[in-house]
Design a protein around this ligand. Structure first.
Ligand code: ADP
Ligand code: MG
Length: 476
């Protein structure tokens, strides 16, 4: 259906130009915004966040499958974070060679030794998928990764449905426009943060957004801040530097920053090595982890989101340990796993190396990094593996089957980019939230979705990296 609509208009240059102009104004009207590269610290002049001219067809069954498995993924992430033995074993090889993960792990161990000072846990996750093309033409849902730290675009994706509805109507497709789904992850994410704040139980205490020095994607975060203020929950944006300079714990380990008590620390910064520019930054992270503030994520949930943990989960029997009496849940989660392979030293890792060298086009080589642009593809896999295959260095990576979605034609609208048709691949994200207090799961919900689309020329990179753009699924 969607493809049909697009075929008619796809090649009509004058119409496309007109629709693109309408679309950009619609994005501005909806507040789908980003700061510009020239002035990342100022909102005086802003532009639309990049997006597709048309929504992308997604099979309904696969979409519903992704929503249905989300609460189980929430439970799984939470259980992993509460299982120090599992984390220790899963990450042992990685931390031997990857300094960043090792540093995070040391914080985790110190917190375990001292005892956790807060029993309220807040998880805001996004599980990302691509639709792998099967030989029979159908597609199967395969997880790319789960993000437990700073999963973004819940704000902006709450405003994109109306843009595509509008474009379709202007293009003369009122009926199709009615099939664009509502989406409001911002409200769901805020609901979970609000719950954690309430349970913390101090009206004056703030929700602290721990953010980067400069943030082009600030409006995405502002949507969540705004949802919290609607509930009369005070939020403040702070940087690692603010915490270093003014942060302290009182006798009860309550966290104070700039003289204000912090109920919830919502990390939107701190997932990349370069975010920790000095020892003071690491000290600030440790201070927050030791505090009574609810951390989203806490250090163990951060570690639960590593790519190494993802690979270990795919080993036979591991999911069964987490869900011993729920074979149907195990089945539901495992159905979304792509092939994942260890590069640990030993015969199994040797086999992985040989397999990748023999057919590099079939795989993606992944280090323990987040934020896009770090993965290795094609012939470069051979270069890297030839270098590291004989040493423990190879344990910093995991290998994954390459997912091959069906390309779909679309126009990617981005400031200053030429209006041209592209072969595109999409990635579906599903937002999940949970709040636990001690042993009680008080909230565990799936709160919305995100579709991101990029030109098939690029194998990697997200919206922030300037590669992918925002999109909406059109269920078919
Ligand atoms: P990051 O933490 O940097 O976001 P991801 O694992 O999400 O790392 O990979 C980044 C991008 O690389 C994805 O958004 C996707 O476009 C591409 N990618 C990752 N894994 C695969 C895979 N197995 N098959 C195909 N593309 C992949
Ligand atoms: Mg990713």
């Amino acid at each position: 259906m969607a493809q049909g609509v697009q075929d008619e208009v796809m090649m009509n240059t004058a119409l496309i130009k007109e629709l693109a102009d309408v679309a950009k104004d619609a994005a501005l009207l909806q507040g789908v915004l980003m700061r510009i590269q020239e002035t990342p610290n100022s909102s005086e002049v802003v532009t639309y966040a990049p997006f597709t001219l048309f929504p992308t067809p997604v099979p309904k069954a696969v979409f519903l499958q992704a929503l249905a498995v989300q609460t189980h993924y929430n439970t799984l992430v939470d259980m992993i974070s509460q299982d120090p033995d599992f984390l220790q074993e899963a990450l042992a090889s990685t931390i031997a060679v990857d300094d960043f993960t090792a540093r995070l792990f040391r914080i985790h161990q110190q917190i375990l030794k001292e005892g956790r000072s807060q029993s309220i846990v807040l998880g805001l996750n996004r599980s990302d998928y691509m639709l792998d093309q099967r030989d029979d033409g159908s597609s199967s849902l395969k997880q790319i990764e789960i993000n437990t730290f700073a999963a973004s675009f819940g704000g902006l994706s709450s405003r994109t449905p109306d843009i595509h509805r509008h474009i379709l109507k202007v293009a003369g497709h009122l009926e199709v426009s009615q099939h664009i789904l509502d989406n409001n992850p911002a409200a769901g994410l805020a609901r979970a943060v609000a719950k954690a704040w309430e349970l913390y139980g101090s009206e004056k205490a703030i929700v602290m957004f721990l953010v980067e020095e400069s943030q082009r994607n600030i409006f995405d975060q502002r949507y969540i801040e705004s949802e919290l203020w609607k509930r009369n929950i005070p939020t403040k944006r702070k940087r690692f530097d603010d915490v270093s300079k003014t942060g302290s714990l009182d006798q009860d380990k309550r966290l104070f920053v700039d003289g204000q008590e912090v109920a919830v620390v919502y990390f939107r910064n701190g997932y990349m090595p370069q975010n920790y520019s000095s020892e003071q930054t690491w000290d600030a992270r440790l201070l927050m982890e030791r505090s009574m503030a609810v951390k989203c994520p806490d250090i163990s949930t951060h570690l639960a989101g590593t790519k190494k943990v993802q690979q270990v989960l795919a080993r036979p029997g591991v999911l069964e340990k987490f869900f011993p009496d729920q074979p149907q849940v195990v089945e539901q989660i495992r159905a979304t796993f792509a092939g994942l392979y260890t590069l640990d030293m030993g015969p199994e890792g040797d086999k992985t190396v040989a397999m990748a060298l023999a057919a590099p086009e079939g795989f993606v080589l992944k280090p323990q990094r987040e934020g896009g642009g770090n993965n290795i593809y094609g012939s470069e896999i051979c270069q890297v593996l030839q270098e590291v295959k004989g040493s423990a260095e190879r344990m910093a990576y995991i290998l994954m089957d390459k997912i091959r979605p069906v390309p779909v034609q679309n126009y990617l609208l981005r400031r200053d980019a030429p209006l041209q048709i592209s072969n595109c691949l999409s990635e579906l994200g599903v937002f999940g939230v949970y709040v636990r207090q001690g042993k009680d799961m008080v909230m565990n919900d799936c709160v919305g979705h995100l579709l991101r689309t990029k030109s098939s020329e690029h194998s990697d990179g997200g919206v922030a990296a300037g590669v992918a753009v925002l999109d909406n699924p059109l269920l078919v």
